[in-house]
Design a protein around this ligand. Structure first.
Ligand SMILES: [Zn+2]
Length: 140
């Protein structure tokens, strides 16, 4: 997509701090990092989100994420690492081009909110899981 900023970043039209790239992805510094060393794994092919990602690219993305996590652990020695991927505006996705965040974490950095935890009696889990299971069966 010609007007997509992440397409331009992924394909080198706009200069980036690049840690790694191959035919499928480019791993770059987040322009507004949560911590020093916060990276984005961006697909080279324009794909809005996980639901549009083809299986081959999905596998290559995960391989690149794994390599990045291992390298980050070696290079920065963080206390932990978050891998985060948002699908849709309601989930916090701000750029509609598939990307995964790899964020080094340190005790006490306080950068990420946690989510509330509902008690089992507050939610009807069975129906949701059954509906998702049925949808999984319909996929090839
Ligand atoms: Zn794009």
């Amino acid at each position: 997509m010609s007007d997509c900023i992440f397409c331009k970043l992924a394909n080198g039209e706009i200069p980036t701090e690049t840690a790694y790239e191959n035919d499928y992805v480019r791993v770059i510094a987040d322009a507004n990092p949560a911590n020093v060393g916060h990276l984005l794994v961006i697909t080279k092919k324009h794909t809005a989100n996980m639901t549009e990602l083809d299986e081959e690219t999905a596998a290559e993305v995960m391989k690149a994420v794994r390599k990045t996590v291992i390298a980050m652990k070696t290079a920065l020695k963080p206390d932990g690492i978050n891998v985060i991927q948002n699908n849709g505006e309601a989930a916090g996705q701000t750029v509609m081009h598939f990307h995964m965040h790899v964020i080094p974490r340190y005790y006490g950095d306080g950068i990420l909110p946690t989510w509330r935890q509902l008690h089992p009696e507050q939610v009807e889990t069975h129906a949701a899981v059954a509906a998702i299971a049925a949808a999984l069966q319909e996929q090839k």
